[in-house]
Design a protein around this ligand. Structure first.
Ligand SMILES: O=C(O)CCC(=O)C(=O)O
Ligand SMILES: [Fe+2]
Length: 321
C-alpha cells in the first residue's frame, strides 16, 4: 500500500514562494527543461505565485531603469493629479514601448510565456504592459502600505484566467518595498472577500477578519527577489504594495497574460516600427496592439491610466452555469 503521502492541504506550506533556478542551457535554448517547467507550473497552481531566478540580463534592466527612475520623479511631481494607487508612495508607471526600450527578453520573455502557457493554454493574450513603482520616502510623509487586495476585483472565473508577469528592475526586499504576497489565496477567494467600492484610486481591499483568519493558516511574506528574476503571479492572489524605506525608486514592470479563451479587450500601444519584433519574438502570444508613431508613444506614455481605469474583465461574459 502506498497511500502514505501527505496531501498538500494538510502539509504546512511555507509563506515564501518557490524559486526556480533557471540554467544557462535553458536561457540559450529559450525553453525550460521538464523539471523546471513542472516545478513552476505546480507552484503557480498551488501557491498562485512562482519566481524564475536568473533569467534577464542586468544590462537591459539597468538601461530601462535609468529612464524609468527619471520618469517616476516626473510622475511624483504631479502630486494629487499623479497616477498613484492607494497612496502617493506607489505609482502606476508605463514603460515607453519604442524600439529603444522594448527589450524582448524583458517584455516577451519566452520562459515566462512557457510557464503562463502551461497554466492558461496556448497563445495567451498580452493586453497590458505597465509597471508599479514604490517611491522613496517623501519629505515629512511616513511611507504607507497599500491595503491587501487582489487585482481581480470583479466577478471572475474560478479557473486560472490571468497571470501577471512581474519584472523588478532591481533587487527587491523588505527595505525597498518588495510586494507582500499571501500564497495560496488565489483559489480560495471570491468577490465576497472584498470590501470597499471601486473608486478611481482602487479602494478594493480584503475584509479584515479574513486576513486574520488566513494569517493563522498561511502567513504573508515580502520575499527577497534577486535582480534578473521574473515573478509570475495569478491575478487573483491577495497582495499589497509596501513602503519603500530606501533611497532608490523600486520599479516593477507588470505584463498581464490572459487565457486565450478569456476575451479581455485591452490593447497595448506600441511604436509601429516594432511590428516585425512583436510578430517574431511574440509569436507564442496574441499581442493585442495599437500601433502608433514613435512620437505618439513619447508624447503620451506618461499620461496613461491607473487604478480602476483598466478593465481586466472580458467581453460577452458567460453567465454562471
Ligand atoms: O508595487 C507593488 O509592489 C504592488 C502594487 C499593487 O499591487 C497595486 O498598485 O495594485
Ligand atoms: Fe495590486
Amino acid at each position: 500500500m502506498r497511500f502514505g503521502g501527505k496531501s498538500s492541504s494538510r502539509r504546512n506550506l511555507s509563506s515564501s514562494p518557490v524559486t526556480v533556478h533557471i540554467t544557462s542551457q535553458e536561457i540559450a535554448a529559450r525553453k525550460l527543461g521538464w523539471h523546471n517547467l513542472e516545478m513552476a507550473t505546480r507552484a503557480l497552481h498551488r501557491d498562485g505565485l512562482v519566481v524564475l531566478q536568473d533569467v534577464i540580463e542586468h544590462s537591459k534592466l539597468d538601461a530601462l531603469n535609468s529612464t524609468m527612475i527619471r520618469d517616476a520623479y516626473k510622475l511624483q511631481a504631479l502630486g494629487d493629479d499623479g497616477p498613484f494607487n492607494y497612496n502617493k508612495g506607489n505609482i502606476q508607471q508605463d514603460p515607453p514601448m519604442t524600439r529603444a526600450h522594448c527589450y524582448p527578453s524583458i517584455f516577451l520573455n519566452p520562459l515566462a510565456t512557457q510557464v503562463t502557457t502551461s497554466v492558461l493554454g496556448p497563445k495567451p493574450r498580452l493586453t497590458f504592459v505597465s509597471g508599479n513603482s514604490a517611491l522613496p520616502p517623501m519629505n515629512g510623509i511616513e511611507p504607507q502600505s497599500q491595503p491587501v487586495h487582489t487585482d481581480a476585483d470583479f466577478d471572475h472565473p474560478e479557473s486560472p484566467f490571468a497571470v501577471v508577469v512581474n519584472v523588478p528592475l532591481i533587487d527587491m526586499d523588505v527595505e525597498n518595498g518588495s510586494t507582500e504576497v499571501w500564497l495560496g489565496t488565489h483559489n480560495t477567494t471570491s468577490l465576497a472577500a472584498h470590501e470597499g467600492k471601486q473608486g478611481d484610486r482602487a479602494s478594493d481591499r480584503i475584509a479584515k477578519h479574513l486576513l486574520e483568519q488566513r494569517r493563522q493558516e498561511r502567513a504573508p511574506c515580502q520575499p527577497y527577489v534577486k535582480k534578473g528574476s521574473i515573478v509570475i503571479r495569478d491575478l487573483r492572489l491577495w497582495h499589497a504594495g509596501k513602503p519603500n524605506f530606501s533611497n532608490d525608486v523600486r520599479v516593477m514592470l507588470a505584463m498581464i497574460h490572459f487565457a486565450p479563451w478569456y476575451r479581455n479587450a485591452m490593447t497595448v500601444e506600441f511604436s509601429e516600427d516594432l511590428t516585425p519584433l512583436l510578430d517574431h519574438e511574440g509569436a507564442d502570444l496574441q499581442i493585442q496592439r495599437t500601433l502608433v508613431s514613435e512620437q505618439t508613444i513619447l508624447d503620451g506614455y506618461l499620461s496613461r491610466g491607473y487604478g480602476n481605469s483598466y478593465d481586466f474583465n472580458q467581453k460577452s461574459r458567460l453567465e454562471d452555469f
